[in-house]
Design a protein around this ligand. Structure first.
Ligand code: 2HG
Ligand code: ZN
Length: 485
């Protein structure tokens, strides 16, 4: 039933009610305390918030959501505030509240027989990985921002990351979920069943909904055995076609061993090694492109090192790669990953950049990179393409750094031209304009063209049914109704 909200309460009265519910520690007001929550990591969006609210339990959150629903207060869920698409930033009306679950930060338990972990929304992904490791298991979800990204946001955005090609996205790793729905009702779905066909898959609807359908509060995650042997290798390649051939060679031999296959451009690597302290290229010479490969096995008896050396030797002989370095220790492995994971930070430091988080069938990755590079260069001479990412699953971050000397604002003013040019090519290659970062507030304008017709209509119906007041993360994912179906 649609509730008619009582919108007569003043901001001060609302804040008093929030404080009654959550205590002073759960309510932040005033610009000094709320500013960090009102800007995104990329510094693209700057909003204002009536308050930042920090409930400490599902019960507190449910009461808070009920209060907001009664008074028509829009809510913006925020985890580690690492969104690349402004998905967790409030608008500038000052009417919205940002809701953070960082006080709900317990790993509740690990079940070694079910191979599951129960974890609250405010736990960082890294803390969840560490807890799994300590118990002898592996939580295979791994993303560059895992030190700050929180489970709630990771699931709300169906994060992908580095190990998707072997273990799937966040969605594939969630068995159960608890969530607070937009009216304050609690969805008690913390089940740990592999088989459970009981109506619509609500948890899967909430995963990837980017906080527009409710708050994820707790999850049961699927764990895997910890690998007994891992080999991380940085390979130098001529181009993305060579990288694709390397992937073919590795997967042709034993697909189960390939845990990560990350592509990096020469420019991307130059930016990392020149801007990020403590990094340097561990290969003899600069290359046009690189691949970070990780092979892993849970079998203690496998001689993974010998296998890796053998297959790299073959790749060198066949001219697929031009050089390679194998990590000799855990420290060196971390060093190779740092070169990859600091790409986003290095690009942020290099000036304004336009990001295209796109996916195409893996076979088309070389064509995507080649055509998108040509199209963007034709659009803005001097533009610096720095594509990188999860090539093994077809997800490329086709990022473009501003031309040297161009004003950042002038470059960003061309964002849609650039995004549309890349998206046009992605479409011709049967890809997606939003692979793993979500739609947020950056890309809803693209939805009618990409997901129009029955798909967008169904999404609008679902949103209207679950959140008739449009108070859950409004302005994210779905374009305004006026912008077509
Ligand atoms: C990564 O893969 C992240 O490092 C960030 O998804 C990508 O900066 C980006 O575009
Ligand atoms: Zn990524």
């Amino acid at each position: 039933m649609t509730q008619t909200p009582d919108t007569t309460m003043t901001p001060a009265e609302l804040i008093t009610r929030f404080t009654d519910l959550l205590g002073p520690v759960g309510v932040l007001t005033g610009e000094g305390d709320t500013a960090a929550y009102c800007t995104d990591w990329r510094d693209l969006y700057h909003g204002r918030a009536l308050a930042v609210l920090r409930p400490a339990s599902t019960g507190e959150l449910a009461a808070l959501v009920r209060l907001c629903a009664e008074h028509g207060v829009p809510m913006v869920p925020q985890g580690g505030n690492t969104s690349m698409v402004g998905g967790a930033t409030p608008d500038d009306s000052g009417r919205e509240v940002v809701v953070c679950l960082s006080r709900m930060n317990r790993v509740r338990g690990i079940d070694p027989h079910d191979l599951t972990m129960e974890v609250e929304a405010g736990v960082t992904l890294k803390a969840a990985q560490d807890a799994a490791k300590e118990a002898g298991f592996m939580l295979p979800l791994s993303i560059s921002s895992e030190g700050s990204a929180q489970i709630g946001g990771v699931l709300a955005t169906n994060a992908g990351g580095n190990n998707t090609l072997r273990y799937g996205n966040a969605r594939e790793l969630v068995l159960g979920l608890e969530a607070v729905m937009p009216d304050g009702d609690v969805f008690h779905g913390l089940r740990r069943l592999r088989k459970d066909n009981t109506g619509y898959a609500l948890r899967q609807l909430l995963i990837g909904s980017e906080g527009t359908l409710g708050f994820i509060t707790t999850a049961i995650l699927q764990l895997h055995p910890q690998p007994k042997a891992i080999e991380a290798v940085l390979c130098a390649v001529e181009d993305a076609t060579a990288a694709l051939n390397l992937l073919g060679l590795l997967r042709g031999r034993d697909p189960a061993l390939v845990q990560a296959f990350e592509f990096m451009s020469g420019l991307g690597m130059d930016l990392v090694t020149s801007l990020i302290p403590g990094t340097s290229l561990p290969l003899g010479e600069r290359a046009p492109a690189y691949v970070l490969v990780e092979l892993a096995t849970p079998r203690p008896d496998a001689d993974l090192r010998e296998y890796t050396e053998e297959i790299l030797g073959e790749a060198l002989e066949d001219g697929i790669i031009t050089d390679a370095v194998i990590a000799e220790s855990e420290g060196q492995r971390a060093g190779l990953w740092k070169l990859r994971e600091e790409h986003a930070e290095a690009q942020r430091q290099a000036g304004a950049s336009v990001k295209n988080d796109v996916s195409v069938p893996v076979t088309h990755v070389p064509e995507l990179i080649e055509r998108a590079t040509a199209a963007c260069t034709a659009l803005i001479p001097g533009i610096r393409p720095a594509p990188f990412g999860h090539m093994g699953d077809g997800n490329i971050h086709f990022n473009l750094v501003q031309p040297k000397g161009m004003a950042p604002e002038a470059f960003l003013a061309r964002s849609h031209d650039i995004m549309d040019a890349v998206a046009g090519i992605v479409k011709e290659l049967d890809g997606s304009f939003s692979a793993e970062h979500g739609v947020g507030q950056l890309k809803p304008y693209m939805m009618p063209q990409w997901r129009g017709g029955a798909e967008l209509a169904a999404m609008r119906h679902i949103k209207a049914a679950l959140d008739p007041q449009n108070i859950m993360n409004p302005g994210k994912v779905l374009p305004p109704a006026t912008q077509g179906t």
